[in-house]
Design a binder for this molecule. Structure first.
Ligand SMILES: [Zn+2]
Length: 121
């Protein structure tokens, strides 16, 4: 017997994908529609900090919600959603990627050293 531990984040996403997927997709698209496109191709929200959204009893950053729902990706608590454009207010799914906390720290270091080449996004 294998013991598989699922944390709250995974359980929540699995329930959404199994039972509330259309509702979740339409929420993701309405969040994107609220955003504004920047010259860099980012889609940013009007909020000062990363926008949050509440769905099925849980509040999460909008970028995390959008990434997981549109990619049908079950992310655990330890998975971080990375901004390849280094703009934490960006919710453009094409600028988002999943990784570990260590990846995220490397991204920050890389950005500090090299900036962002938006043509590569
Ligand atoms: Zn972006």
């Amino acid at each position: 017997m294998t013991f598989e531990f699922k944390d709250d984040s995974e359980v929540w996403l699995e329930d959404i994908f199994a039972n509330h997927y259309e509702e979740a997709r339409s929420r993701a698209f309405s969040l994107l529609a609220e955003g504004h496109a920047s010259e860099d191709g980012c889609i940013v929200t009007k909020t000062q900090d990363p926008r949050k959204t509440r769905f099925r009893g849980r509040q999460v950053p909008a970028y995390r919600f959008i990434y997981c729902v549109l990619n049908q990706r079950v992310a655990s608590y330890d998975d971080v959603i990375r901004h390849r454009c280094n703009n934490r207010r960006c919710i453009n799914p094409e600028h988002l990627d999943i990784g570990s906390r260590a990846d995220n720290q490397n991204d920050d270091r890389d950005f500090a050293a090299n900036g962002v080449d938006h043509s590569l996004l």
